[in-house]
Design a protein around this ligand. Structure first.
Ligand SMILES: [Zn+2]
Length: 365
């Protein structure tokens, strides 16, 4: 923290130093950034930002989640300020012409050693630094693709579920990659529950449901369309189409009426005043009916579009069921979102709530 009597000098805030030392020790003992974050959150330790605002007695203006994450832990464990050094100009402007702030490259930083009392010693720093370097030296991890990536959500907290891969070694020496989805909130900050679902199980459940939908369509397609549309919508659509016919016929009548009035006026059958008065009435009604017609055709178009979408969805269901190994595109053509709940028990026959929302048609029974 800044020395209250000399703002340019840093002094050690002992309460915060205890936490920082604990974090460095955990890292030295081999804990990863994420594990440290989860432990700190579990112990109710305030983040650096929250701690600072708390100590200053100011409300935190940032809409941050106020929890430790992989990145906030990493930021502390790679900051030389805890070693007693000051690093300046980490952020600077792009050039003297462009004043936009950018993060500068480490070789452009200005490092001043021993500017204040260190919180950790060089030995601890070196151990932590070497650990971060050895992590960096590892071969870049091959990104696995997940069939349900961005489609799965935690039913408990609503956050996205993210894919994780594990390599399982078989007895014969071969290996198999198993993929599971876990709650991102749990993975990042340790909140929510550890419920997960294997990709192969999820694919089976989703495929089973899609096959069930195909059976329903094959049995009675019209009934399925009507059910998805909602019987009210189907009735309303018919009524709207009938109303449109009536409006069109009234509009033709009004047009004819306008012509007739004009002819009558030319033949001097009606006076100019009567002509003006009746013409205005006809025109008023024509404008009103025309507006009604436009709104109605918009509604009909929307409902027709829905029927088209349902038809497209049914086509996708048919082609999906023909596939032996559905891929990401096949799943995406049908499924919009899958919500995964917490299993009721962890026995072999666990029960887990899974809600599938389909594209165009939403949730189906
Ligand atoms: Zn969750």
């Amino acid at each position: 923290m800044k020395d209250p009597s000399c703002p340019t000098r840093l002094v050690v805030d002992e309460d915060a130093a205890v936490i920082v030392r604990r974090m460095f020790n955990m890292r030295c003992n081999g804990d990863g950034y994420r594990k440290i974050a989860i432990q700190l959150n579990a112990d109710g330790i305030l983040t650096a930002k929250e701690y600072w605002y708390n100590r200053e007695g100011k409300p935190n203006p940032y809409k941050s989640i106020g929890k430790w994450t992989y990145h906030t832990v990493k930021k502390i464990l790679t900051n030389e300020v805890y070693l007693g050094h000051s690093i300046k100009f980490k952020i600077g402007t792009m050039s003297y012409k462009n004043k936009k702030n950018i993060n500068k490259r480490p070789e452009d930083w200005i490092r001043v050693e021993n500017t204040h009392t260190p919180i950790i010693n060089q030995e601890v720093w070196n151990t932590v630094y070497e650990m971060s370097q050895s992590c960096r030296d590892k071969k870049p991890r091959k990104r696995n693709s997940y069939l349900f990536s961005t489609l799965t959500f935690c039913q408990d907290c609503g956050s996205a579920m993210v894919g994780q891969s594990h390599t399982n070694k078989r007895k014969d020496g071969t290996s198999r990659i198993s993929k599971t989805y876990i709650c991102r909130r749990k993975q990042r900050i340790g909140e929510c529950s550890w419920h997960s679902i294997g990709e192969s199980d999820l694919l089976e459940i989703v495929s089973m449901d899609i096959r069930h939908q195909l059976e329903r369509v094959t049995f009675d397609e019209t009934a399925v369309i009507r059910k998805i549309q909602g019987s009210a919508t189907a009735g309303a659509l018919l009524e709207a189409k009938q109303k449109l016919v009536a409006l069109d016929s009234r509009l033709t009548e009004l047009e004819n009426l306008g012509c007739k009035l004009y002819e009558d006026r030319l033949a001097r059958i009606i006076s100019l005043d009567t002509f003006k008065e009746l013409s205005a009435k006809v025109e008023d009604e024509r404008v009103q009916k025309q507006a009604e017609r436009e709104a109605l055709s918009c509604e009909i178009e929307k409902a027709d579009r829905q029927i088209f979408d349902i038809g497209q969805w049914i086509d996708s269901v048919r082609s999906y069921c023909k596939l032996e190994n559905p891929d990401q595109d096949a799943i995406r053509s049908l499924v919009e979102r899958v919500e995964i709940g917490e299993p009721s028990c962890r026995s072999r026959y666990k029960q887990q709530a899974i809600t599938i929302y389909y594209r165009f048609v939403g949730q189906l029974g």
